[in-house]
Ligand binder design. Structure first.
Ligand code: NI
Length: 263
C-alpha cells in the first residue's frame, strides 16, 4: 500500500487496524563511474515496497535527499543539511502521529543519514518527555537495508573487502536488478573490463570514516577521484542484486513485525 496512491479515506480505514508506516530514505549523490545517482533512494525504496506488500503496511513517499555534503564536488549530487533532514523527519513523524500513526519504520539506503535521523528521533521523544505533547509517544526505528543479517552475510560472501564503503557492488547489484534499463548501455562484460578495482581502505580509515563520516567535498574528491570508496562496483550483477533484495525484504518483514510487537 503506497500512501501517495491512497485516498484519505483509505488511510482512515487503514488506521482502524494498524498504526504502522514505513518510510524509505536515501540520498541523491554520485555512486562512482557506473553506479546511479539515485542508488541509495532506489535500494531503500525497493526494500520498503517489498516490506509494504508482504506485511500489508502503508509506505510513505521516499525521502530521496540525504546528507551527502562530502560528495558535492561530483556533479549531480544534492545534499541537505543534517538539520534539514532532522527537521523533515520530525515534521513527518509529528504530522502522522497527530492522525493516529504511532510506529515509524525508516528503511535507509545511505550511511550519512543514520546519525541525524537517530538524533531527530531523540528530539521527537523529548517533546513527550518534556510534557509538550500528551498521549502515547511515537516509536521510531531506522534500519539500513544492509544491516539485515542474511543480506549482510550474503554481501560479505559475494564481495568480501571489495564491498567497501561507497558505490558498493551490493547496492549497484540491487539497482541493476530493479532498473535494468538504466544500465542498458553498460554490458555486464564491459563493466569488469573498464573499471579497475579501487584502492583498498586501511583499518584506520574504516575506523575514522565509517557511516559516511567524511570531510569536505574537495578533500573527498581528491582522495577518491572516481567517487568509489573502497568498493569494486564492477562486480555488481543483477542476479546477485535480486538475491540481496530478497534477503533484505525478508529481514525487514521480520524486523518490522518485532518492532510492532515491542512493549
Ligand atoms: Ni549508496
Amino acid at each position: 500500500m503506497l500512501l501517495a496512491r491512497s485516498t484519505w479515506t483509505d488511510v482512515e480505514r487503514y488506521l482502524a487496524h494498524s498504526t504502522g508506516i514505513v518510510i524509505p530514505m536515501g540520498s541523491t549523490e554520485q555512486h562512482g563511474p557506473i553506479g546511479l545517482i539515485g542508488t541509495d533512494a532506489a535500494t531503500a525504496e525497493a526494500v520498503a515496497h517489498g516490506l509494504g506488500e508482504r506485511a500489508q503496511v502503508l509506505v510513505a513517499p521516499t525521502l530521496a535527499l540525504g546528507v551527502a555534503q562530502f560528495n558535492l564536488a561530483f556533479p549531480g549530487t544534492i545534499s541537505v543539511r543534517a538539520t534539514t533532514l532532522m527537521a523533515t523527519v520530525e515534521d513527518l513523524v509529528l504530522s502522522l502521529t497527530a492522525q493516529g500513526f504511532r510506529h515509524f519504520y525508516f528503511v535507509n539506503g545511505h550511511g550519512g543519514n543514520v546519525a541525524p535521523v537517530r538524533a531527530a528521533f531523540q528530539d521527537i521523544y523529548a517533546r513527550w518527555s518534556l510534557g509538550e505533547r500528551s498521549g502515547a509517544s511515537p516509536r521510531c526505528r531506522l534500519r539500513s537495508w544492509w544491516e539485515y543479517p542474511a543480506a549482510d552475510a550474503l554481501r560479505r560472501t559475494l564481495y568480501g573487502a571489495a564491498e567497501g564503503m561507497h558505490a558498493t557492488p551490493s547496492e549497484v547489484a540491487i539497482t541493476r536488478h530493479c532498473d535494468p534499463q538504466a544500465f542498458a548501455a553498460q554490458t555486464e562484460a564491459s563493466d569488469g573490463a573498464t573499471l579497475l578495482p579501487p584502492q583498498p581502505l586501511s583499518s584506520a580509515f574504516l575506523r575514522d570514516h565509517g557511516g559516511d563520516n567524511h570531510w569536505d567535498a574537495r578533500s573527498h574528491r581528491e582522495a577518491f577521484p572516481d567517487g568509489r570508496v573502497g568498493s569494486d562496483s564492477g562486480l555488481a550483477r543483477a542476479t546477485d542484486g535480486a538475491a540481496l533484495l530478497e534477503l533484505a525484504i525478508s529481514g525487514a518483514v521480520e524486523d518490522y513485525r518485532a518492532f510492532l510487537a515491542e512493549e
